[in-house]
Design a protein. Sequence first.
Length: 430
Amino acid sequence: MSDRHLWEYQAVRDAAAIAALIGLVVLGEALSLVTVPLLVALGLAYLVAPLLAAIQRRCPRLGRGGSLTVVLGGILAVSLLAALLVVPPLVRQGAELANNAPGYLKSVADWSQAPARPNWLRNNVQPIAALVQSPAPGPRPSTVPPPMLTTPAIASEDQRIRSLVRDEMARSRLAAPQNDQPLSGLRQMFPAVAEFLAGMLGGLAQLVIAVGVAAFAFLSFSLNWPRVVSALDNQIPPASQPRVRHLVKRMDRVVASFVRGRLIIAALVGMIYATGWTLCGVPYGLILGLVVGVLSLIPYLAAIGLPIAWALLLIPLLGATDASTSWYLAAGANGEAVIVWWKVLVFPLLVNVIAQTIEDYVLTPLIQGQATDLHPLAIMAAVIAAGSVLGLYGMLLAVPAVACIRILGEEVLLPRLRAWLNDATAKTHP
């Protein structure tokens, strides 16, 4: 009989480690109000750590705190400059979009309900068209009943009904005085208003707490980053240090290359989309381009920007009557405005092709290189799956988790699996 304890078996230790890791992830998701800001702060500290190290090497007198002050000052200056250049047109375009949205919906409804459109389109869009084209609410119609017929039997029945209604109204007034009706209405409205205000204040409080925790944690992580790395390195057993350090360096290279590189690429791609679509005359091209830039953090997700650009460009042209108002319109045979469809389709598509070409063949090789070893489809699937299960907390963990699992699989699991298979084959065929 073996004298080994249960925890001395490698399989048991591996299972316990996996269970503990899963438990930490589940607990982190349950405490997402705190863990999400901490993860954001840790990620930001991880991103600026090489920049702080470079500044310290060039200016040793600054120290860690001085280097962090320089970095934060640079970030603040760039942010203020970007806000001065971008925020005013963003606000203006956002207000225009909010004001023009009902008109855009009406243009689509009118165009889809024209007799020249196929029946399936008119039938499917008809409920939306009826909602958009419904008249604005006006004064209430008069509640005075129409004059009654003079038939004696009908007149007698009408008098009886009126008498019953008067008696019921009198009893209602006696049961609830008239001057209490406004108070009753206020009592009914108060719970809904209180619930709305409580929800709004609660959301605002959560946002303030999250920002405060993230800011404090970022400063703490950034100032103490070398000590944290050194403390973790000291926990590695001496016999395993070369192997573990090799794995950690490879994981760091993959994650850093993807995260840092992807942020820079997303910013540049967003600027390309915003500039190109604005020059093409796409309404609200600045907003759409910046949104697509943010979405391009996840590979292939920026593809949804092109259909939106087509829609934003096409909708204002549907109800146009003057061909001189846009170069996407031409005068028809009868003088009416006709949409030049090839321009509507080609020019936004051309901007999309240029942006994707620059991203794939210039920015990605130059900024990210080939160090990521992560297929874009795997990244997109991991981010979407983790986000659907764990929300924002899962999306923050998706890319590092995929990178680490891939490296551990290649360098730890696969060699063990090959060794086990070779051993089993050797025993089977001596």
